[in-house]
Design a protein around this ligand. Structure first.
Ligand code: CP3
Length: 352
């Protein structure tokens, strides 16, 4: 239990993170703030750039709260981006509209030595101020989640300088310049420990580590660049915050979910949509919280696909600690009514 926290836990999300099963399960959605919401579009138009948006506490706090206010989710996720960490390490990061992120790629040891040794806490102070602001307005029963990108996923962007379909630039770099790549991963492990510890000190109640690009790695590479670094982050964070609650989301790793859970020591495992909920429910110990895993395209499609998807997940995880979520982020084309319908299926009488 964290210092100053009430013994009775009124937040369903935190009850489940503590290992209790709840029905209906608490729900939040990855990318619950974003372009599918008209109020997000209006807010986004006020900032000159996406990074300015993330670094302006009044705007970022409002973006964090918007989906909770509209839909009544059980958790808010800090509005920010995983690429804030490379930015705070001194790499040039920009977001061009409709073209995704652009970074000055790290190709050589000269590029690597230009990075800061530790992340710059003053650059990040608007993020912590955002957390403090959200905490003052968030209803008592809603939890606040912080996050970071896992070292492998950050490195994919830092080396390619942009999104790539198969992460080939980072995979080639990791094979060809192994020691230098290891140094980059080590730097990101330390940066992530600092960043998550500071988010917890500012008020987040759980953190999620996004390893979105993990699924492209052969097992030996996955072990070295995902499992071991995430294990080091979890251990380093718990040295600073003994009861830190951590959700790991290693997207696309299939059967290696078992190795990820066993090795990293996360409290909760985020499942992508390719994972069979029944397989996960019978494979993982009851004390591992499972999160997921509706297909974002079933949410965008609506109709019978949405209803069947929600019911299948509810029945597979019933009786064990489960947090309802998507298998990846909300897509920009998702109709708002489909999110409302999803919540009706989850919480309505027919769910029981
Ligand atoms: O989930 C939330 O609501 C919190 C905010 C959040 C964002 N990005 C906001 C965002 C979170 C948790 C992220 C994580 C993130 N960012 C990941 C890991 C999870 C995943 O989705 O795979 C990754 C790989 C990124 C990097 C990133 N940020 C990309 C590739 C892009 C461009 C593609 C896209 O979806 O637009 C972004 C931009 C971004 N991050 C937007 C939002 C709302 C859209 C920017 C805009 O409004 O123009």
């Amino acid at each position: 239990m964290l210092v100053g926290e009430p013994r009775f836990q009124p937040k369903p999300f935190l009850k489940v993170m503590g290992g209790e099963a709840c029905f209906p399960p608490p729900v939040w959605l990855m990318r619950q703030a974003g372009r599918y919401l008209p109020e997000y579009q209006a807010l986004r138009a006020k900032a000159a750039s996406f990074l300015d948006f993330c670094y302006t506490p009044a705007l970022a706090a409002e973006a964090t709260l918007q989906p909770v206010r509209r839909f009544g989710f059980d958790a808010a996720i800090l509005f920010s981006d995983i690429l804030i960490v490379p930015d705070a390490l001194g790499q040039k990061v920009t977001f061009e509209s409709h073209d995704g992120p652009k970074l000055d790629p790290i190709l050589t040891s000269e590029d690597f030595v230009k990075l800061n040794g530790r992340i710059n806490s003053s650059r990040l102070s608007p993020v912590f101020e955002t957390i403090e602001r959200v905490k003052t307005t968030l209803p008592a029963e809603i939890a606040l989640i912080g996050f970071c990108g896992a070292p492998w996923t950050l490195a994919c962007y830092m080396i390619a300088g942009k999104s790539t379909p198969d992460q080939a630039p980072a995979r080639l770099f990791a094979y060809r310049q192994r020691d230098l790549f290891q140094s980059l991963i080590d730097r990101l492990v330390q940066a992530s420990i600092d960043y998550l510890a500071w988010q917890i000190e500012a008020g987040v109640e759980a953190v999620q580590i996004f390893d979105t690009c993990a699924g492209v790695l052969p097992f030996a590479e996955l072990e070295r660049w995902s499992l071991i670094p995430v294990e080091a982050i979890v251990a380093g964070l718990r040295l600073r915050h003994k009861n830190a609650r951590v959700i790991g989301f290693p997207k696309g790793v299939g059967q290696h979910l078992m190795d990820f859970a066993a090795r990293t020591g996360v409290n909760a495992l985020g499942l992508d949509s390719s994972t069979d909920p029944r397989w996960a429910a019978k494979t993982f110990d009851q004390d591992l919280v499972l999160q997921g895993n509706l297909d974002p395209l079933a949410l965008a499609a609506g109709g019978p696909a949405l209803e069947a998807g929600v019911r299948h997940i509810l029945s597979a995880f019933r009786g064990r600690p489960h947090i309802f979520n998507l298998g990846h982020g909300v897509l920009p084309q998702t109709p708002i009514q489909h999110v409302e319908l999803m919540l009706d299926f989850l919480r309505g009488d027919s769910a029981k």
